[in-house]
Design a protein around this ligand. Structure first.
Ligand SMILES: C[S@@+](CC[C@H](N)C(=O)[O-])C[C@H]1O[C@@H](n2cnc3c(N)ncnc32)[C@H](O)[C@@H]1O
Length: 392
């Protein structure tokens, strides 16, 4: 099958210019100052937005082709083999149905994407003509699978163990250092690398003012959808493991239906300032000083190309006496990429943190946890994370 862009594999038409008021919703701000943008930067940003929307739109055709390839292969086999594979063939049909179902949810998610940022209009009419509609092979469609798995981690009953091991120690630590009951909303907490927003949601739910920061548009689209468009529990059923063709003990494990969200996202008190800010942590915060009472980094430090710049920014944005809570491994994201990066050990990272005059209040290594683990798979990746609390 060719990779050409046709009406057949692009299913969804979106009115990108429809921008509605979101006054009762969690604010999603795009912090970059549009007036400072050059024309080229503007187009580059809009091209990125367009690429991400199209990555979502290709989900169906990309994944259906993967199944069809297997069906076609079975069809080339002898009748005897085909008969032996009867249950497998039936299963492949069910995989296709699950993919189509996931795609229905994806269409709803991207249907809202154009309205995500209150202060920024993407894909203006006069710019659309300069945008390139890339073909499937030029976009990383498999990233959507990680987003589906991330929904399980953050917003499904099935993610409870991961949240218990990563988020709960952080939430307990926040309550320990900021125990006050009255005026909790005066405490300002920042969560960089907020993913789909569950951790900032939980912090805001406990009455603290909380801002999540995230630079992945894919994450932001889904976070916006969950936080702003859903107001009860178990509204959607999806099939997060449908692309996992290997390591299944039972066929059903690949097409396990999972519901989300496990909590009602529309339950944050109006007195609490809860928002998400889009963009790179360093770009947004490196000029700010003494803004937050607490910074929470969960599986975030290792997303740095230069971890020193992250530590320096955290130091600057914390108020004097402010608390930094960190949980996660050092699986440096840029380690195997062409972009430059450094990967200091925890021993060195710790020295750097102390050089900024942070005082270590609590510190534990070997905190066993998982990240977007498929509980039924024959393979999984276990982290031995670091947990620490520092005071500025
Ligand atoms: C490993 S995920 C952790 C998500 C969430 N904290 C959790 O524990 O489930 C790291 C997140 O940081 C985001 N991220 C990476 N680099 C970033 C940056 N420079 N600024 C803001 N967010 C970033 C990624 O897009 C991703 O959502």
């Amino acid at each position: 099958m060719s990779d050409h862009v046709t009406d057949d594999n692009i299913d969804q038409t979106i009115d990108f210019d429809e921008l509605q008021s979101q006054s009762d919703e969690t604010t999603f701000n795009e912090k970059s100052n549009e007036s400072n943008h050059t024309e080229d930067e503007d187009i580059e940003e809009q091209q990125h937005f367009f690429d991400i929307i199209n990555t979502f739109r290709y989900y169906k055709s990309f994944n259906m082709k993967k199944v069809q390839k297997r069906i076609d292969f079975v069809n080339t086999m002898t009748t005897a083999h085909q008969n032996l594979l009867e249950n497998y063939s039936k299963h492949l049909t069910e995989v296709q149905t699950s993919i189509l179902h996931n795609y229905e949810i994806i269409k709803v998610i991207i249907g809202d994407a154009a309205k995500i940022f209150r202060n920024h209009l993407f894909l203006k009419d006069n710019k659309k003509s300069s945008l390139t509609l890339k073909s499937e092979k030029d976009l990383d469609i498999s990233r959507i699978d990680s987003i589906l798995n991330q929904i399980v981690r953050e917003w499904c009953h099935e993610g409870i163990n991961e949240r218990e091991s990563c988020f709960v120690p952080i939430l307990n630590t926040i309550e320990k250092y900021f125990p006050l009951v009255e005026n909790r909303n005066q405490i300002r907490i920042l969560v960089p690398g907020a993913g789909l927003g569950r951790l900032p949601f939980e912090i805001a739910k406990r009455g603290y003012s909380c801002q999540g920061n995230e630079f992945s548009l894919m994450m932001l689209f889904v976070a916006n959808f969950i936080l702003n468009k859903i107001d009860s529990i178990d509204v959607f059923t999806f099939y997060p493991w449908v692309s996992h063709f290997s390591n299944n003990l039972q066929s059903n494990h690949q097409i396990l239906p999972i519901k989300f969200p496990d909590v009602n996202p529309a339950t944050i008190s109006k007195d609490v300032d809860f928002s998400m800010v889009a963009g790179s942590f360093i770009e947004i915060f490196n000029q700010q000083k003494n803004q937050f009472d607490c910074v929470v980094t969960c599986f975030f430090l290792d997303t740095a190309q230069n971890i020193v710049a992250y530590i320096e920014t955290i130091w600057n944005i914390l108020k004097t006496g402010g608390i930094w809570i960190n949980f996660g491994p050092l699986l440096y994201h840029y380690a195997d990429m062409t972009d430059c990066s450094i990967e200091p050990s925890y021993e060195i990272v710790r020295e750097i943190i102390e050089s900024f005059n942070f005082q270590f209040l609590e510190e534990k290594t070997n905190q066993i946890c998982y990240y977007t683990r498929n509980p039924n798979s024959m393979v999984s990746y276990q982290y031995h994370s670091i947990f620490f609390v520092c005071r500025k």
